[in-house]
Design a protein around this ligand. Structure first.
Ligand SMILES: [Cu+2]
Length: 186
């Protein structure tokens, strides 16, 4: 290899790296989510899938996130909720999937002394959903379905009585990977 060819390859590599950095920066800037959401390659979810019927009353906005495939690490997934404390009665739950995988949300009651993340996971990678108060798993729609696709939304309106609840994603191994969050209804 002669010197100028080697130099040309070198410049090409530098340009490619700069391009990668630029792409990375752009996707982070557009993701609009803090924490791990910034690993998402999705840009503006807000315009993609808004609830078709205007939701009235109080709403918990939930984000489901994962680190995508590039980390090769399935143990880093999670759920964020805002607010985490809400009044009893009708509660809209709007779930935005900031991750690259499909997710869902199931609302389970927490018994006295029980904390989120401690349910028994079966051989199928799932927890027991009995006692569920409802779920948000309909892609771009309300109620139950086949899961919320990457970059999309789902929502549901539930009636919650005072107590502590655990919101989880119960797709295989997602609970184990960290997809649970406690919310309180007062
Ligand atoms: Cu999940």
């Amino acid at each position: 290899m002669n010197k100028s060819l080697a130099r040309g390859i070198g410049i090409g590599l530098v340009a490619a790296l700069a391009g990668l950095l630029l792409v990375g920066f752009t996707s982070v800037r557009h993701s609009g989510m803090g924490m791990m959401g910034q690993q998402s390659r999705h840009y503006s979810v807000t315009d993609v899938c808004a609830p078709t019927t205007k939701l009235t009353g109080q709403t918990i906005n939930v984000s489901a996130f994962d680190m995508g495939m590039m980390m090769g690490n399935a143990t880093r997934m999670g759920i964020a909720a805002s607010p985490e404390n809400i009044s009893s009665g009708k509660v809209n739950i709007v779930v935005t999937n900031m991750g690259m995988r499909t997710h869902e949300l199931v609302v389970l009651p927490l018994a006295v002394g029980q904390s989120a993340g401690n349910r028994v996971v079966g051989a199928d990678g799932k927890i027991d959903e009995s006692g569920s108060l409802g779920e948000v798993s309909n892609n771009c729609g309300s109620g139950s379905g086949e899961g919320i696709l990457s970059g999309s939304r789902g929502w549901s309106t539930l009636t919650l009585t005072p107590g502590r609840y655990e919101i989880v994603c119960n797709l295989p191994n997602h609970y184990l990977a960290g997809m649970f969050k406690e919310i309180t209804v007062s």
